[in-house]
Ligand binder design. Structure first.
Ligand code: DON
Length: 599
């Protein structure tokens, strides 16, 4: 038995090294690849083999990382329908080899007819999720999609190829079809109740009720036709053309509120990435300067990650089999999440105290509130009073709280090309298969409205989040996100490209990948395989993956922490750069068959 396991493990490693091959599934760490996929030129890491291949196809044809990112995003909209999308939204962090770094925000926005209390019924309670009126399932859960506009903007600003060229792999996959994987067949089976409520979803994704099985071909002719029209006419097709009309007719006919005007008015934005700097020393005493580039609001993730790294900057961290290290990181997460709940929202409509939240002196004050021996309580730890160094803040903490639910699915991919341009992108439909509504134009629509504060003081439906009033529903506002595409530079050179899905756990999974790489010096694959944990202030507990050391859990409990096990936390698809050889180290998350493909 042991011999067989070893044989299997070796086979897996060999395959991982060969790049671009299927990796056996999930929470059996003993079968996970131990080494990242190495490549000299370009690397694409996504949740799906076919998605990663689409990116590499474009890189090999001379495209840069942004060309490949657009190709991947369109391809995942075909092969990863749970999260890959054109009916949702997302973020893309771009760093070009010449140092230009920017953040593209194509988060969905609330439609013009959306109202603050639209999900609250006459009884004062959140409306249950029927086919029309809830915030998670059905037509009114849909926010105005941003992905197509964002990808076009990315391509025009930083790409080198035409939309039609980068969309070719996606169109091919939609038209000729692709074999349904076991993962997809399983997901579709799990989602059959939700998808079965909507005729187009049922026809396409449930094979009209006969279901799709592993190995069946999934062809999506309506999606192929829509992608072809977008390839020909650009994003205007999606926002003002035949696609817009088909989408809106269906939405309005079925009780939704998105109008042609909403689509026509949608604007993606280029924002400045958040930036922070840290120093570390190697074991041999060599000092390194690290720069972190990450996501600004309307993501809460980048602020949280920098705030956490600041708090932890002077804390010795040894690893996750060391109770002191886990203790300090968990207490840090608690404080950062308390601030998230109170302060983060759409920066175009609220004043978010980003400078204060990410200021080193504020972090020092928060660090001083941590008892390194005993767990603190979220009853007493509240949002702090952030302020830039040298200033005290008059901002009173807003009230708010946050809890969590299991919530697949969103998807993160990382790309580095041969010139050293890099993309980290996380995009989403929010819940797995979003609203579960498929437009007659062949694509699933998001349920991003649930990321707003659907009812102040009451958990929203999907993630059980209680958030601040600043994140209330209002026309044109972007709902607060946790998506955190992030990059690190070491001594001025690109070093890590990372990010994750997972609702609020995105922040912890991404943060841990950064700590593992920057602070703990782990190899790329080890940084991804390493067991994860998460604390988000409320509920007051440390969530830990099944493979987290039991002895540490017991020691944490003895210090007063409540703990809870969860199958997995996040799916981090990252790329490290070998500082010596410059090789790209593709580290796909084996928790869900991620695929690193390089050349
Ligand atoms: O933007 C956000 O934070 C959420 N809509 C992400 C949802 C998510 O990650 C679900 N996936 N696991």
């Amino acid at each position: 038995m042991l011999a067989l396991a070893l044989l299997l493990a070796t086979a897996v490693n060999v395959r991982a090294q060969a790049a671009a091959e299927y990796r056996p599934h999930t929470m059996q760490p003993e079968l996970w690849p131990k080494q990242a996929v190495r490549a000299a030129h370009g690397m694409v890491v996504t949740d799906e083999q076919l998605g990663s291949q689409a990116g590499v196809e474009i890189l090999k044809r001379g495209g840069n990382a942004v060309d490949a990112a657009a190709a991947v995003a369109f391809a995942l909209a075909v092969v990863e329908p749970s999260a890959g999308n054109i009916g949702g939204g997302g973020f893309m962090l771009v760093r070009l080899a010449d140092g230009r770094t920017n953040f593209l925000d194509y988060r969905e926005v609330a439609p013009g007819k959306a109202t603050r209390n639209m999900y609250i019924g006459a009884d004062g309670k959140l409306i249950p999720n029927d086919n029309v009126t809830g915030s998670v399932i059905g037509y009114q859960s849909v926010a105005v999609p941003g992905t197509v506009a964002g990808l076009e903007l990315a391509l025009k600003t930083y790409g080198t190829m035409k939309l039609a060229d980068v969309m070719a792999p996606a169109i091919r996959l939609a038209k000729t079809g692709f074999p349904v994987s076991e993962k997809l067949a399983h997901q579709l089976d799990e989602e059959k109740t939700g998808l079965g409520r909507f005729p187009v979803s049922k026809r396409i994704f449930l094979n009209d009720g006969k279901m799709l099985h592993a190995g069946d071909m999934l062809r999506q002719p309506e999606l192929a036709a829509t992608l072809q029209r977008i390839a020909k006419n650009g994003a205007a097709e999606f926002y003002q053309g035949a696609t817009a009309r088909v989408m809106v007719d269906d939405i309005i006919h079925n009780g939704g509120i998105i109008t042609l005007d909403d689509l026509a008015q949608y604007q993606p934005k280029v924002r400045e990435a958040l930036h922070a700097q840290y120093q570390t020393g190697d074991r041999d005493g060599t000092a390194h300067t690290w720069e972190v580039f990450t996501s600004p609001p309307p993501s809460s993730g980048g602020v949280a990650i920098i705030e956490a790294l600041n708090i932890l900057e002077t804390v010795p961290l040894k690893g996750w089999d060391d109770v002191e290290s886990v203790h300090m990181v968990a207490e840090t997460m608690r404080r950062v999440f308390a601030d998230r709940a109170a302060y983060l929202a759409d920066p175009d409509f609220s004043t978010v105290p980003v400078a204060g939240l990410t200021a080193p002196c504020y972090a020092k004050e928060l660090q001083a509130t941590i008892d390194p021996q005993h767990a603190s309580s979220s009853k007493t730890v509240k949002a702090g009073i952030p302020h830039p160094c040298g200033a005290t803040s008059a901002t009173a903490p807003r009230s708010g709280a946050i809890t969590l639910n299991d919530g697949p699915h969103t998807t993160h991919f990382s790309i580095v090309d041969s010139a050293g341009n890099a993309v980290a992108s996380t995009y989403t439909l929010n819940g797995s298969y979003g609203s579960h509504v498929t437009s007659p134009a062949g694509f699933l629509l998001n349920d991003e409205m649930d990321d707003f504060t659907t009812q102040p003081g009451v958990p929203n439906a999907l993630f059980g989040l209680i958030q601040s009033d600043a994140n209330a529903i209002a026309p044109g506002h972007r709902p607060l996100s946790s998506m955190s595409p992030t990059m690190l530079l070491r001594d001025g050179k690109l070093s890590l490209v990372t990010g994750s899905p997972g609702g609020p756990t995105i922040i912890s999974a991404t943060l841990l990948s950064v700590i593992n790489w920057m602070r703990l010096g782990m190899d790329a694959q080890a940084a991804i395989n390493s067991p994860r944990f998460h604390h988000q202030w409320l509920p007051d507990q440390i969530l830990m993956e099944q493979n987290f050391p039991e002895a540490i859990e017991k020691q944490l409990q003895a210090r007063g922490f409540a703990t809870k096990r969860r199958d997995h936390i996040g799916l981090v698809n990252a790329i490290g750069i070998d500082p010596k050889s410059g090789e790209r180290l593709g580290a796909a998350d084996p928790r869900d068959n991620g695929a690193a493909v390089g050349y």
